[in-house]
Design a protein around this ligand. Structure first.
Ligand SMILES: Cc1cc2nc3c(=O)[nH]c(=O)nc-3n(C[C@H](O)[C@H](O)[C@H](O)COP(=O)(O)O)c2cc1C
Length: 201
């Protein structure tokens, strides 16, 4: 661990960033970080999360497939948008594609619960990266829901992508973003339906 902070401090200080540089975690350290996904809550022990590591020369190939997906989904996609996505996919120190190995036919575990488990895995991954001093951001965009791109990456339907995690060392260490207080998002149920102060936003 690069940072000597408590687990709760980790949860209360994580913030996304795409302002990243090398190094990204490798070897045993990366394996330890990735192991955090195996602690995600998971109804039925389906372990629906899959982690695809994209680094080195493979980043260029991913960038090309992502650009092809963007053009497939929108033939009029602006060049500027293509250039930005290509740049990020080709240059981030490490991209982890979070995939979902889904079983829609499962009679006991609804699809939403399988997807929620993958979401929890993604959250654990972000926190584990933060706890070890790395930075990350989870991004999606319409390409995430392109079954052709998903198939090219190893997730043919019914499997799918949950998103792309850009990972590296934050250029600005200890970057933080302000958070709202939680109170408007909490209520005490007393027997009647509640409304939350946050609902009025
Ligand atoms: C499933 C999912 C998909 C997301 N996709 C994008 C995205 O495509 N672009 C983006 O800017 N942020 C996206 N975000 C939000 C960022 O990951 C991040 O949470 C947001 O910028 C707020 O920063 P914070 O994590 O520090 O609160 C996504 C978040 C989730 C959970």
């Amino acid at each position: 661990m690069k940072h000597d902070i408590s687990a709760l401090d980790v949860l209360l200080s994580r913030a996304s960033t795409d302002d990243l540089e090398a190094p990204a975690p490798t070897g045993e350290e990366l394996e330890t970080i990735l192991s955090a996904v195996m602690r995600a809550p998971d109804h039925g022990k389906l372990r629906p999360w899959r982690l695809l590591l994209v680094r080195g020369d493979a980043r260029q190939k991913l960038a090309e497939k992502v650009v092809a997906s963007m053009k497939r989904l929108d033939p009029d996609v602006p060049e500027k948008k293509i250039a930005k996505r290509h740049d990020r996919m080709a240059n981030m120190p490490l991209t982890i594609v979070l995939g979902m190995h889904l079983r829609p036919e499962d009679k006991k575990i609804p699809l939403i619960e399988q997807e929620l488990a993958v979401g929890a895995a993604g959250m654990n991954l972000l926190n584990a990266l933060h706890a070890t001093g790395y930075g990350a951001v989870w991004v999606s965009g319409d390409i995430t829901y392109d079954p052709v791109l998903a198939t090219e990456l190893g997730f043919p339907p019914p499997h799918a992508l949950a998103g792309f995690f850009f990972v590296g060392t934050p250029k600005k260490p200890d970057h933080e973003t302000k958070r709202r207080p939680v109170a408007p998002y909490v209520a005490e149920w007393m027997g009647a339906p509640v409304t939350f102060a946050a609902d009025k936003d």
